[in-house]
Design a protein around this ligand. Structure first.
Ligand code: F6P
Length: 373
């Protein structure tokens, strides 16, 4: 019997999403003779039953386009803001799935999407996910599409910042996305030859960073580039946050817990702007003028790289193969040159952080890059 597939994109947009939609869709429609329907704006559009027909024509010409033709949102089925309240709309989503007589829902997204898909699988829906993220933090896959493109953009930014930092004898800090992990800052920092790279996995000592910059000055290098992951944290800040997190964990309910949570929230609210404060501190400590560039959403925009198009097409078409076999409730992971289905329960256990002994860190240290510790 002809299979009927629903597809949505959820979480932050990322280059390669359209290539993946095309990969799933073209293989499903043309190769397997299945039917495909798109849902707009992630789980919110699914809940609101906003659909988009995905036929050959719609899937044509999108391989090279950034963003997602389906639109996306960060809404979660179990905590959806509706009419001023946050409600659990899972039952509505389950009803819509049944109404459309879907055999499977394909969810393209990062860590949060994997968790949301697992929750739907636990409610009896059949789901398959693909790993999409510029952060590269999805577990059990060699790669996620979006990362390679963002890596190229961040590396090019560091290249361009070199000449202006050199001309003005300045320290230039470049803040690079990555949420709670440092893959993007580390990769771009190594590829772009940053003089210091600060990532959340290695809390930094600002004195050490200043020493490295002063040392460069003594050797006649009167500028420095510091690649800072948006989640980078100093040793001191990390100790304070850790203590506050422990307080929440140990609080025995009621007022004590609410107070501990409020304290933690207040500390987290101080995090935005930390790279600016670091720039000011480095200027004080080194006497060199400092400037900050925040790359932000530039890293998520535009045409996907060849590697991301290739990965998204491999994963998307492998997804259609799994649907044909009826293998559901898995993420399609990249392993070497092949793909592999991985149970969603395994993928969602934790984030893929940068191990402290990762070869990229080893390489950075060997070429003399300061890692802040
Ligand atoms: O997960 C991708 C990402 O770009 C992170 O690097 C960043 O922390 C976050 O999304 C930004 O989220 P938003 O798009 O909701 O502002």
């Amino acid at each position: 019997m002809r299979k009927y597939i629903g597809i949505l994109t959820s979480g932050g947009d990322s280059p390669g999403l359209n290539a993946a939609i095309r990969g799933v869709g073209k293989a499903a429609l043309g190769f397997y003779g299945m039917q495909v329907i798109g849902f707009r704006d992630g789980f919110r559009g699914f809940m609101e039953n906003r659909t988009m027909e995905l036929n050959e024509e719609m899937l044509s010409g999108i391989l090279t386009q950034g963003g997602t033709i389906l639109g996306t949102s960060r809404d979660k089925p179990h905590r959806m803001p509706v009419g001023g309240k946050v409600v659990d709309v899972t039952d509505i989503i389950v009803d819509n799935y049944r109404q459309h007589h879907l055999d499977v829902l394909v969810c393209l997204g990062g860590g949060g999407t994997q968790k949301n898909a697992l929750r739907l699988a636990e409610k009896g829906l059949s789901v398959i996910t693909l790993p999409k993220t510029i952060d590269n933090d999805v577990l059990l896959t060699d790669a996620s599409f979006g990362f390679d493109t963002a890596l190229g953009i961040a590396t090019e930014a560091i290249d361009r910042l070199h000449s202006t930092a050199h001309s003005h004898h300045r320290i230039i800090l470049v803040e690079i996305m990555g949420n709670k992990v440092g893959w993007l800052a580390l990769g771009a920092g190594v590829a772009g030859g940053a003089d210091a790279i600060l990532i959340p996995e290695i809390p930094y000592d600002v004195g050490r960073v200043a020493d490295a910059i002063r040392d460069r000055s003594r050797r006649g290098k009167r500028f420095s580039i510091v690649a800072v992951a948006e989640g980078a944290i100093s040793k001191q800040e990390e100790a304070v946050l850790h203590a506050a997190t422990e307080k929440v964990r140990l609080a025995r309910g009621g007022k004590a817990r609410a107070k501990a949570e409020a304290e933690l929230e207040a500390l987290e609210a101080q995090r935005p702007g930390h790279t600016m404060r670091l720039a000011e501190r480095l200027e004080e400590l080194t006497g060199l003028e400092s400037r900050l560039t925040i790359l932000g959403y530039l890293q998520r925009g535009g045409t996907p790289s060849a590697a991301d198009r290739l990965l998204a097409t491999r994963l998307g078409t492998a997804c259609a193969d799994l649907i044909d076999k009826g293998q559901y409730n898995v993420m399609v992971a990249a392993r070497g040159d092949t793909t592999r289905p991985v149970a969603l329960e395994e993928v969602t256990k934790k984030l893929k952080v940068v191990p402290r002994d990762h070869p990229w860190i080893g390489a950075a240290r060997r070429v003399g890059t300061c890692m802040g510790d």
